[in-house]
Design a protein around this ligand. Structure first.
Ligand SMILES: CC(C)(COP(=O)(O)OP(=O)(O)OC[C@H]1O[C@@H](n2cnc3c(N)ncnc32)[C@H](O)[C@@H]1OP(=O)(O)O)[C@@H](O)C(=O)NCCC(=O)NCCS
Length: 152
C-alpha cells in the first residue's frame, strides 16, 4: 500500500465523484460532489480537497478545513478533517489512517497543534475509527455531531 494524494483536476473529477461508500454508511458523510461544491463556495484556502490514489486506483477522498472561524464570532480558529470517504471495497486497508496522517502533517507544517473532526455519534458512525487513531472527545457537539480532537 503506497497511497498518495492528488489535487482535484478535470482529469480525476469523474473518478472522485464516482467514489461510493457502503450504502449503510451514507448517513455519516456527504457525497464527494457535495464536498467539492462546498469547497468552491468557501473563500480560497479554507477547504483542502484531495483524491486518495493507490497505484492507478482512486481509493478515497478527503477534505481538510484550515483555520476556520469555528463559532462564527472570531473567538476560536480551528483546522481539521472536514470529510473522509473511503470507497466501500477499499475500506480496512489503512487508507483512512493515511488520510488522517496526511491532514495531521499538513496542519503541523502550518504550525497547528490540534486536528479537529466531527463525526456522526453512535455505533453506526466512524467513532471507533477515530478513537483508535487517538482522537479524544472534547465534550462539545457541533450540529448534532461529536467533536473530536487529536493532539499533534
Ligand atoms: C471510517 C472510514 C473513514 C475508515 O477508513 P478505513 O480506510 O476503512 O480505515 P483504516 O483501514 O485506515 O483503519 C484504521 C484503524 O481503524 C480501525 N477501524 C476502521 N473502521 C473502524 C470501525 N468502523 N470500527 C472499529 N474500528 C475501525 C481499523 O481496524 C484500523 O485499526 P488497526 O490499524 O488497529 O487495525 C471508512 O470506513 C469510511 O469512509 N466510512 C464511511 C464514511 C465515514 O464515516 N467517514 C467519516 C466521516 S466523519
Amino acid at each position: 500500500m503506497t497511497p498518495r494524494l492528488e489535487e482535484l483536476t478535470p482529469a480525476n473529477f469523474d473518478a472522485a465523484i464516482g467514489l461510493r461508500i457502503r450504502p449503510d454508511q451514507e448517513h455519516a458523510v456527504e457525497p464527494v460532489v457535495q464536498s467539492l461544491a462546498e469547497a468552491y463556495v468557501h473563500p480560497a484556502g479554507v477547504a483542502w480537497p484531495r483524491l486518495i490514489v493507490d497505484g492507478d486506483r482512486p481509493v478515497g477522498f478527503l477534505m481538510a478545513f484550515l483555520d476556520i472561524d469555528w463559532r462564527g464570532d472570531g473567538s476560536v480558529r480551528r483546522s481539521g478533517l472536514w470529510r473522509l470517504n473511503i470507497a466501500a471495497e477499499e475500506q480496512g486497508r489503512g487508507y483512512g489512517r493515511f488520510a488522517v496522517g496526511s491532514v495531521a502533517d499538513l496542519i503541523r507544517r502550518r504550525g497547528g497543534r490540534e486536528l479537529y473532526v466531527t463525526w456522526h455519534p453512535g455505533p453506526d458512525g466512524p467513532e471507533e475509527f477515530y478513537l483508535r487513531l487517538g482522537f479524544l472527545k472534547n465534550g462539545e457537539t457541533s450540529g448534532g455531531q461529536t467533536v473530536g480532537v487529536l493532539a499533534l
